[in-house]
Design a protein around this ligand. Structure first.
Ligand SMILES: [Zn+2]
Ligand SMILES: [Zn+2]
Length: 298
């Protein structure tokens, strides 16, 4: 495998132990990917904030304190991802648990291509329930609160997780690679799609066109509006890549489509689509957690 091969070569040439070198190679690649994708997203929405003003979901600006906090928590998660993935790759060389295969044709090219959407659907379902679990009282305060410190998150919040949440998030992808044979490139593409979705969910601006949610072919895809709304109204919109599970299990915000239409409307105000936050009562079938907006997280 590319990363382990590179790590082995570097470790042998430098006379260093394999695991720390593998961690630096893998962690470095994950960090570079985050810096490029989240950095470009933040740069673009900052640069084009005036033409995008009517697409802003919440009026509150990103603050320096918020950006620093989101970046540092994301660095912590990336460090853990690097440790876990480096360990996984080294285990793969002699371990029975992960079904990574080096020959791209070993299970047919059809499976290589199918494994990517299959992994995304698997992770989407896993994440939905893991996310619901992390909103349970007792778990939320200890684990998921870190991610909800930002009620109007920026793209830098893509990996802003408590270490336990970072491992829970990564666990879904590792579980998929344990249950099904996956080529490392397919796994890397699933991880990249996950990063793109996380950055999009925390963009702070809605870029999809107004007709997006009226299209049955598209309205199951998660949007920036949906996840931003989750940061304000925390008992709704738990999905990662899709809104399928929110629709099936009744956790889609009742005013999601109204807010989306408002943000994407040409008549949206410069103050953003959430002038009226459109917050309904919590659904009775969920155990309510107090909203960060009401609990004065600092
Ligand atoms: Zn979030
Ligand atoms: Zn949440």
């Amino acid at each position: 495998m590319l990363q382990t091969g590179l790590a082995r070569g570097l470790a042998e040439n430098a006379g260093l132990p394999l695991f720390p070198v593998a961690f630096l190679v893998v962690g470095g690649l994950i960090l570079a990917r985050y810096l490029v994708v989240a950095g470009i997203a933040l740069g673009l929405v900052t640069l084009f904030r005036k033409p995008l003003a009517t697409r802003r979901i919440q009026a509150a600006p990103f603050t320096a304190v918020q950006l620093r906090r989101e970046f540092l928590w994301s660095l912590s998660s990336i460090g853990l991802f690097g440790l876990a993935v480096a360990g996984m790759l080294l285990l793969r060389d002699g371990g029975p648990t992960l079904k990574l295969y080096p020959d791209i044709g070993a299970f047919g090219l059809w499976w290589f291509w199918l494994s990517i959407p299959a992994g995304i659907v698997f992770h989407d379902f896993y994440f939905y329930w893991a996310h619901r679990f992390m909103h349970l009282p007792g778990v939320f305060e200890r684990v998921h609160r870190v991610h909800h410190l930002s009620t109007n998150p920026s793209p830098l919040a893509a990996f802003a997780f408590h270490p336990i949440e970072a491992l829970i998030e990564l666990g879904g992808i590792l579980l998929f690679a344990t249950l099904f044979p996956v080529h490392p490139i397919a796994l890397a593409l699933i991880g990249f799609y996950s990063l793109l979705s996380n950055v999009l969910g925390h963009l702070g601006y809605e870029l999809f066109p107004q007709g997006f949610i009226r299209s049955p072919a598209l309205n199951w895809i998660n949007t920036s509006t949906s996840h931003n709304q989750h940061h304000r109204s925390i008992n709704y919109n738990f999905g990662l890549y899709s809104l399928i599970w929110d629709r099936i299990f009744g956790t889609l915000h009742p005013n999601y489509e109204t807010l989306f239409n408002r943000v994407t409307s040409h008549h949206a105000t410069r103050e953003g689509g959430a002038l009226n936050p459109l917050e309904p009562a919590q659904p009775p079938h969920l155990t309510a957690c107090s909203s960060p907006d009401q609990t004065h997280f600092s």
